[in-house]
Design a protein around this ligand. Structure first.
Ligand SMILES: C[S@@+](CC[C@H](N)C(=O)[O-])C[C@H]1O[C@@H](n2cnc3c(N)ncnc32)[C@H](O)[C@@H]1O
Length: 286
């Protein structure tokens, strides 16, 4: 297996060279040092948590041409991060959805030394920004096995591996809290959940189809620390309306951290709009 196996579609020549070099070193280590790294993407990861990542190097991404699994689709620069991150095939990528959330994370002490949960992390972009902003611990979940691979791969590149844990949600138990322990609580809970009604036929469909939000909202009281905040990012008017109705029904205090008016926006819009939920606190402080 050589570096040409990798499909990299949007990277500058220098960074592409650096990544190919890093990849080449990993390939040599895995094949030459006998570390037993898993290069087989035909088997679905059962628990691609930080624990399993610890045992081996970041998963190797094999060529799409080999038809064995996802390849790196692109290398992307994200404003707050020191290095480009990988985006795998079949994994959601629309950084503008969470632009205001990342700005909040970058410019305030929202997550500094806090525990953070991200539900539906995809490439890990928002969780990585939380780690970069000094979060004490970040747990990131996704139901798409390739997203879990992707979100576990990037922290290794950025040396955030010991602060980020990625958990795979089973398609048989797709609730928001299925991989969160009963007693686990977080200071900050974030999500840019799927927003359309529809059926999932491919793994990437999980990024769009609206069924997660109800389950997220219902579990907030059990999993948000006293004084904690939840942030939900959406770039879709009907989804935001449904979210507001849901929060009102539950009597959960919330505010929209955006000056745009829903009535003046098209159904789908970018950048996404942020809704903040606080269950134990008022909105007196900014
Ligand atoms: C709109 S994407 C957002 C991804 C990422 N947070 C971002 O902003 O780039 C929604 C993500 O939620 C994931 N997802 C859907 N259902 C899920 C579930 N039951 N549990 C965890 N993640 C889920 C999808 O696979 C997808 O990666």
């Amino acid at each position: 297996m050589g570096a040409e196996c990798f499909r990299v579609e949007s990277a500058s020549a220098t960074s592409m060279f650096n990544h190919l070099l890093r990849t080449f070193v990993i390939v040599i280590c895995l094949t030459g040092c006998g570390s037993g790294g898993n290069t087989d993407f035909t088997s679905q990861p059962t628990s691609a948590t930080r624990q399993s990542q610890k045992k081996s190097a970041p998963p190797l991404v094999v060529s799409a041409a080999s038809d064995r699994g996802p390849s790196i689709l692109a290398w992307e620069k994200v404003e707050a991060l020191p290095e480009q991150i990988a985006v795998f095939d079949h994994v959601f990528w629309e950084p503008d959805d969470t632009k205001s959330l990342r700005e909040l994370v970058r410019t305030t002490d929202l997550v500094h030394k806090k525990s953070v949960l991200e539900i539906g992390t995809a490439s890990g972009i928002v969780s990585l920004c939380c780690s970069q902003a000094g979060a004490g611990k970040v747990v990131a979940t996704d139901i798409n096995p390739w997203a879990v691979r992707n979100a576990a791969y990037n922290p290794e590149l950025l040396n955030f591996g010991d602060r980020m844990e990625v958990r795979l949600v089973s398609q048989k138990q797709p609730q928001a809290w299925a991989v969160i322990l009963r007693e686990e609580r977080f200071d900050v809970i974030i999500s840019n959940p799927p927003w359309e009604p529809g059926n999932t036929t491919r793994v990437e469909d999980f990024a769009f189809y609206f069924r997660l939000i109800k389950s997220i909202v219902s579990g907030l009281p059990e999993h948000l620390n006293p004084g904690g905040q939840a942030f939900l990012a959406y770039g879709h008017v009907p989804a935001i309306r449904r979210l507001r109705t849901l929060l009102q029904k539950n009597n959960f205090p919330f505010r929209t951290r955006d000056e745009r008016l829903l009535d003046e926006l098209p159904d789908s819009f970018l950048p996404g709009m942020l809704t903040e939920v606080r269950l134990h606190d008022t909105f007196a402080s900014p």
